[in-house]
Design a protein around this ligand. Structure first.
Ligand SMILES: Nc1nc2c(ncn2[C@@H]2O[C@H](COP(=O)(O)OP(=O)(O)O)[C@@H](O)[C@H]2O)c(=O)[nH]1
Ligand SMILES: [Mg+2]
Ligand SMILES: [Zn+2]
Length: 298
């Protein structure tokens, strides 16, 4: 039978929806014993006589977004994405520690992070200025940050421009507006957002499955039901360090080769903090996380 290729749009158990090379959607089921397939996968499939398809496998992935459910189990979320949108919104105003955890996950997964601060329509100018000042730490170390509101089209244009032709996945807590952003950017009315959907106020729809949407001018968005825990409790020391990108130039410069940058003398990282080259808050968060790791290892 002819093996065809397609893009996996969504999957639930053994049922999936794919898009063929002409953009047509086909309902498929996943062959028993086939490798797990996830949204964003380039899949191989065969056409059945009834017009449905059978997925037989997937092409090698260039990236994989997953979280750890426990020490041995990865929960796969999406494949072949370039960029991780870290979406946050008030209230409450963002916690840097929380943001750091998302950034560490992005660095470990080797996905370019883009920080989105949504619902800025809810902030007054003073609050916006304060937030900009706090986020400068992250701008300085090279992260892109955008302020958006689904009620301010120019901010959505800026986001679409930033995404460009890349494949991105949205992460962040529930309720920050991920699905609303996807709906606004793609014009897809069927994106399930948390907006109250009927007059009784009871009909709240939230995202229940992971799904891929195309942007009108190229690029794609993968929306999922709140990816907010990556299982960072499992980090190794190396991974933790890798998560703090601005430490990189100083690693290997400490007096002791096995320096863990806590209280050792002649530590290049601590010296960089003292010299104002590393933000004290970020270093404090590194130290706090390091202590947690050690605690869990013993
Ligand atoms: N004020 C304001 N509300 C927003 C904005 N974006 C989304 N919302 C609302 O936030 C709620 C949650 O949105 P939803 O897209 O479902 O969030 P998700 O859980 O992150 O996908 C809904 O009631 C949206 O209408 C925004 O930019 N400004
Ligand atoms: Mg959602
Ligand atoms: Zn050191």
């Amino acid at each position: 039978m002819t093996e065809l290729s397609g893009l996996l749009v969504t999957v639930a158990g053994a049922t999936a929806e794919i898009e063929d090379s002409t953009g047509q959607r086909i309902a498929c089921h996943v062959r028993k014993n086939a490798d797990t397939v996830i949204t964003g996968d380039h899949v191989y499939w065969q056409l059945q006589s009834d017009g449905s398809g059978v997925i037989t496998g997937h092409a090698p992935r260039k990236s994989l977004l997953y979280r750890l459910e426990n020490a041995h189990k990865r929960k796969l979320i999406a494949a072949n994405i370039d960029c991780l949108l870290i979406v946050t919104a008030p209230p409450p105003i963002l916690s840097e520690n929380n943001l750091d955890c998302y950034l560490i996950a992005a660095e470990i997964l080797k996905l370019t992070p883009l920080i989105i601060f949504n619902k800025t329509d809810l902030l007054d100018t003073g609050q916006c200025d304060t937030l900009h000042a706090r986020l400068n730490v992250y701008r300085r170390i090279g992260y892109d940050i955008l302020f958006t509101s689904i009620y301010q089209p120019e901010t959505l244009m800026a986001l679409a421009t930033q995404i460009n032709h890349r494949a991105v996945a949205l992460t962040g807590p529930s309720g920050v507006g991920k699905s609303s952003l996807v709906a606004a950017l793609t014009g897809e009315a069927r994106v399930r957002t948390g907006a109250v959907s009927d007059h009784s106020g009871l009909g709240r729809h939230t995202t229940t499955t992971t799904r891929l949407y195309h942007l009108p001018n190229g690029g794609s968005l993968i929306d999922s039901p709140g990816v907010r825990e990556f299982g960072l409790w499992q980090l190794t020391r190396q991974e933790l360090l890798q998560g703090f990108v601005e430490f990189k130039p100083f690693i290997g410069e400490c007096k002791f080769r096995n320096c863990v940058h806590m209280h050792e003398p002649a530590c290049a990282i601590q010296a960089a903090v003292a010299a104002g080259k590393i933000a004290p808050n970020r270093f404090a968060h590194y130290q706090q996380m390091y202590q947690t790791l050690i605690h869990e290892k013993t």
